[in-house]
Design a protein around this ligand. Sequence first.
Ligand code: C2E
Ligand code: CA
Ligand code: CA
Ligand code: CA
Length: 273
Amino acid sequence: VRRNNRSPVLRFLPEMDAALQRRRQLETELFKAIVRDELHMVYQPLTNLADRSIFGVEALLRWDHRELGPISPAEFVPIAEENGYIVELGAWALNRGMKEALTWSSHLRLSINVSAIQFSRGNLVATVGEALQRTGFPSDLLDLEITESLFIDETLDLKFAMEEMRAFGCSFSLDDFGTGYSSLGYLPKYPFSKIKLDKTFVRQSIASKQDISVIEAVLHMARGYGMSVIVEGIETGEQAERLRELGCKYGQGYLFGRPMSSANLQSTLLNAA
Ligand code: C2E
Ligand code: CA
Ligand code: CA
Ligand code: CA
């Protein structure tokens, strides 16, 4: 390893400090975000590749801090997962998502992201049950997106919790598929109805033969388990067409629609009708 003349420690520390300081600041501010009304949900279309009709939306959290401006969930969700506040944020997101979805003119499937921490540190089953009851949202339209990280904690009685929520009528999607553990053994053990193939596969899906084989293998496997596949991160018409040719039925991405406010989604639905 080539060493720089200047001390690497001295060059590194101020940046570490800034990152750490921002993290601390976000952590403190995040606790106030709900009462200050700084959070909202945006909704991104889930689309049939054949006719580009919208069958559902994925709900995504947004935080606009009054001084710091918009902060990405990619930055604040991991902080909230670490300190446990994701339990509160997640409950807020579930209630807000269902409430807003009920105002739309068409009844779409509503996919909401849930974190493993909501299972382990919160009572997700009760939270989902209460939100369904409070809002009156039809449970068979509610889909919960969870990532493979959930399978790390083997002490969690995940399967039992999922079965309880399935008894309410909810369904489950395995999010970011292909980025994690690549062990497929657990898949049939849990009641997933959908797999969301991560956007990293789409990026090169036109160029790389390897990615195409992965996509084909995932489609084949999903069919075997009776699950459907949604491909994430579709940005170009070429990608959509190529994926459709490969046998993909459902997609999500900037090509079909950016994440948008509840009101903008409602106008999009009216325009499409
Ligand atoms: P995710 O669940 O994989 O969500 C999809 C992300 O991909 C979203 O980023 C979305 O805006 C982005 N995306 C959609 N289409 C495209 C595309 O065509 N190209 C590209 N490059 N990106 C696209 P976002 O909204 O920034 O969210 C980032 C992550 O934060 C989410 O990834 C999810 O892991 C987490 N997150 C967001 N909202 C929630 C929430 O309510 N609860 C939990 N637990 N996590 C959330
Ligand atoms: Ca997701
Ligand atoms: Ca995803
Ligand atoms: Ca993700």
